[in-house]
Design a protein around this ligand. Sequence first.
Ligand code: ASP
Ligand code: MG
Length: 422
Amino acid sequence: MKVYKFGGASVRSADGVRNLANILSMSKDKLFVVVSAMGKTTNALEDVLDSYMQSRPAQALEKMETVKTYHLDIIGQLFADVQVGKNAVEPVFAELEAVLSAPIDAEYDKAYDRIVSYGELISTRIISTYLNECGIQNQWLDMRAVLQTDSNFREANIYMEESADRLRQAMDRQPAAIYIGQGFIGGNTQGHPTTLGREGSDYTAAVVANLLNAESVTIWKDVPGILNADPRIFPDTIHIPELTYYDAVELAYSGAQVIHPKTIKPLENKHIPLFVKPFEHPEACGSVIKASTAHPIDVPVLILRKNQILITVRPRDFSFVLEDGLSTMFTILHKHRLKISLIQSSAVTISVCVDNTRYVEDALSELHNKFKVTYNDQLELLTIRGVTPEIIARTTGNREILLMQKTRRTARFLMKSRTQTC
Ligand code: ASP
Ligand code: MG
C-alpha cells in the first residue's frame, strides 16, 4: 500500500483533477489517496464561518453559494454527464446549508470544525465520483468516522490505536484497490467533526501511512521537489534530491512550505520514506525524505517566512519575566493556536515572533491583561542554514533588521517586509 496526497493547489481546477486521475492510472500499487479542499476553499469557508458566527446567516449563505458555484463550475468542465457530478455534491451542500441556517449552538472552534471540514468532504466527493466515471474504481471513506481525535477543536490530536482499528475495519468492509479520504479532518468520540490544524492534509497522509504500515508516502506538489530556497523569492535555486527526517523537520519548522511540520513524526516512527514529486511531471524523481542519506545537504538553504509579527511583553511590575511570565505567555499563544517561529528574552522582556494570522488580535488583547505589550508587524523571518558572510550580504542587503540570531550553521534575521506600505 502506498499513500498519495494531493493538495488544494493541485486540485484547484478541472485540469488538476484530470491530472490526478492520470497519475492514479499510472500506479500499479494499492493506494490510499488523501485530498485537500479545492483551491482556496478552506479560506472561503473560514469567511463563511465568520459571517455565521457574527449572526449574519444570509451573508453566510451567500458566501456559501460562491463556494458552490466554484465547485459546480469544475464539475461542469469535468463530467460528461454533469448531473452525475452534481448528485455527488448536492447532498453535502444541502447539509452545509442546513448547518448555516440553524442557530449558533457551539463556540467558535467547534463551529469552525463543523463548517470548514466541508471543503474536504466536497472535494473528495467530486474526485471519487469522477474517478469511478473514468473507470478508476475507488472507495470514498469518511475520515470523520475513521480518524478518531480528542475534542481540541481546530488542532485535534489523533488517537492512533483507535484510528488504526477503525481504518482497518472500514477498509475490510469495503475492499478496493484505491481509497479516497479527506485530509485535514477527523471526528471526536461524540461524532463531531474535528480539524487537525491549517495545512494539515500532509499530516493526515503521514498518519494514514503509519496506521497502514504503508510502503511510502508521496506528496504531489506544484514544485519540482525540495529546493534549497523558494524560486519565487530567490534566484538560482538548487534541487535537493535526498534529505533526512531531521533536515525536513528543521526546514518545515523554519517555514519551508513544502511540508507541514507535523508530517515527519508518524513517518519517522516507522521509517516510511516521503517523496515530494511534481504534480505536473509525475515521471520526474522529485525529492525523498528518509532516515539517512549518503548525500548530506551541502548547499545553503534559505527559508523566508512571510507575514510575521514580533510581540514583546514585559511584566507591569519589573519582576523577572522568565520566572513565570514565559509560561503565561506560551499558554495564551497556545490557546489562540499561534505557532512561535522565534523567541528572544532579556531580564524583563520576552519577544516572540509568530505568523500574523486572524487570531493574533485576540491573543494580543489577552496578553494586554497580563503584561505591557508592544508589537511590530509586516515582518519577514529569513532562516539561512549553512550560512556564510556572502549569503548574508546577498540576502539581507541594506534591509532593516529588527532581530538576529546566529549559531555556527544557522542564522535568522527578522526584517521589515519588502512590501511594507508605511
Ligand atoms: N484544506 C486545509 C487547509 O487549507 C488543509 C490542507 O490543505 O492541507 O488548511
Ligand atoms: Mg492546502
